[in-house]
Design a binder for this molecule. Sequence first.
Ligand code: MG
Length: 213
Amino acid sequence: MTGGSSPIGYLKAWHTNLYLSADAEKVREALSEGIAAATMFMSEKQIEVSETQLRVAFDGDAVLFSDESERIFKAHGLDKFFEHERENENRLLDHGPLKGFLEVLGKLQKKFYAKGHRLDCPIRTYLVTARSAASSGIRALKTLRAWGLEMDEALFLAGAPKGPMLEKIRPHIYFDDQMFHVEGAAEMGAIAAHVPYGIAQKFPHIKSVNAGK
Ligand SMILES: [Mg+2]
């Protein structure tokens, strides 16, 4: 409780790993300070989530990764996007606003693994991306591997809607930079949070998901 003034300065001092708020303005401020942050929404319907395992799902572009590739897609379309990803397959993607949070989860997971809880680890992570497994997904996987970050599951939807997949995963939270994915997840009753970062905030009407990248 900060008497109406912004708490963001304190968050930095406390090395906050994740800031969630219903106030999109404060979330944007936190992101601009390099803090992983997302806006929460109340949805009418809510699916039941596991009580023994924390499940966290992430979009790739402009969430774990920078919006570099998303910019190519928005400016030049799907073909150029594929070409760009093929040409840059061996160049790592830059980090996005939630990479640090995934890193922290990974460190916690390793502590459980050390105690022999590999299969029933109480934390499970998911990548849910519109990239496809065959082509554009390779760069995403190579980047995660190079960072030393392992996802428990990587789902390449190749443009299919994310809602039905999230309904199956039942994450405690799903992060995406595009509002229509957040809304699609919420319609299925999945808990989704919006990361207001990157080029998608300028062109929310261009739906890259339908293009099947
Ligand atoms: Mg994205």
